[in-house]
Design a protein. Structure first.
Length: 429
């Protein structure tokens, strides 16, 4: 009787094995693949501001990340041991609130068992999330967060994708040096607000380190509507370039009044306002104005530019990413969306380089990462003083120009490997 029972059990096992295509159990917690390798599901945790003041920017970031997730999961990441890595996202609405971020990132790690983390949108929320990720020993790719301060706290598991705010206008100084080696004088006029003041101070220090004379360094109230006193000082100082600004309303007003009063600088580079499509409403006053952006669809990063820079290229082209995003969401991606996609892409690249999903091996791969993607050049500081700070990604500088039909268009003019057009210099209005 026992032999009959054993024979029946054996037959049942064989039948089940045949029905499953010869699959074996995945001892790592995943299912197995038809090729004989196990499928490992990796959980990525993050919060998004589905409500609150960051809702619009966070939505773009989330959409970009979700597009990457959809694409990478089609085939997964194939490791050398035959394991196929696929991803599952766990996410919650942080309501744009710092206190919720800390609670939710703790939940994502302790209850949802997230293996890796993506940051929320904004520097403030990211700073709160980064503390939790570090305490729990989780690697976090941060996007939508430009503040330098988070990466100067001794954290070891946090990696910044965006160009730090301290370098928002330093690229404009580099652009000036490139187009006019004889330029000597810069005027910096900026909004008296934390973000703009920090950017302006960093630009001033950088310009002076490059031998420029900062002939005017002055702040204005964010509600300023009459810039005549500043324009008079600028005219008297005769700078080669004017830099600064703050947000859209003050920046666009400043640009318009400079044009109307015939200040005629050789270069004008302002924060926030120029990358906005609405800036074109200024008409001729917009022509030639430069502004920093984390990324633009016209950025010309490519395998060819990577090769020229001596870098590896990874992931889709700018046009392929843009087309895929448009097809999925019926809108053109902005830099928030590009940043969300790029965050997933960098985690993918690090896993492939590490040939593992082991957190320490992935962290090591991120520490040594030096690559160009559609978003630009990516490399992280791996020193104790600023670990994880982005050191290679440059702001993309756009300039409003007129096309052959006389229409205002945004062109990328810096950095060189990403430009779509040569810059207008000096301005001739």
């Amino acid at each position: 009787m026992k032999r009959i029972i054993l024979l029946i059990a054996l037959l049942v096992t064989l039948v089940l094995s045949a029905a499953c295509g010869g699959k074996t159990a995945d001892t790592s917690g995943g299912s197995s693949s038809s090729s004989g390798g196990a499928t490992k599901t990796v959980v990525i945790g993050y919060t998004a501001s589905k409500t609150g003041k960051y809702e619009v920017s966070s939505r773009g970031q989330t959409r970009g990340f979700e597009l990457w997730l959809e694409q990478v999961n089609k085939d997964g990441i194939k490791l050398s041991n035959g394991t196929v890595v696929k991803f599952e996202a766990k996410t919650y609405d942080d309501e744009s609130a710092k206190e919720r971020v800390q609670l939710l990132y703790t939940q994502l790690i302790d209850q949802d068992k997230a293996d890796f983390m993506i940051s929320p949108y904004s520097s403030g929320l990211t700073d709160a999330a980064a503390v939790i990720a570090e305490q729990k020993g989780k690697v976090m790719i941060t996007t939508g967060a430009a503040s330098d301060a988070t990466y100067k706290k001794g954290l070891t598991s946090i990696f910044q994708l965006y160009t730090p705010s301290s370098r928002y206008l330093t690229g404009a100084v580099d652009l000036l040096a490139n187009v006019d080696p004889n330029a000597k004088k810069i005027a910096i006029v900026y909004e008296n607000a934390k973000f703009a003041t920090g950017v302006a101070e960093a630009a001033k220090a950088y310009a002076e380190s490059k031998g420029y004379d900062v002939v005017l360094f002055e702040g204005y109230d964010g509600e300023t509507t009459d810039f005549a006193p500043f324009i008079n000082k600028i005219t008297a100082a005769k700078p080669d370039a004017i830099m600064g600004g703050g947000h859209f309303n003050d920046g666009s007003t400043f640009a318009r009044q400079l044009f109307e009063k015939g200040a005629d600088p050789k270069m004008l580079a302002l924060l926030v306002a120029p990358p906005e499509l609405k800036f074109a409403d200024l008409g001729d006053a917009a022509v030639g104005v430069i502004g920093p952006s984390q990324w633009e669809p016209k950025a010309n990063y490519s395998e060819a530019s990577a090769k020229k820079a001596g870098l590896d290229w990874f992931g889709p082209s700018v046009s392929d990413f843009t087309a895929a995003y448009k097809a999925k969401y019926n809108e053109e991606p902005g830099y928030h969306a590009a940043g969300g996609y790029a965050a997933g892409l960098m985690l993918q690249y690090a896993i492939q380089k590490a040939d593992s999903v082991d957190p320490e091996k992935v962290k090591e791969a991120l520490n040594n990462l030096d690559v160009m993607i559609f978003f630009g050049h990516i490399k992280f500081d791996n020193t104790p003083d600023a670990h994880g700070l982005q050191v290679a990604h440059d702001m993309v500088y756009v300039q409003w120009q007129k096309d052959s039909s006389g229409n205002l268009v945004k062109e990328v003019v810096w950095p060189l490997e990403g430009k779509s057009a040569d810059p207008i210099y000096p301005l001739a209005k």
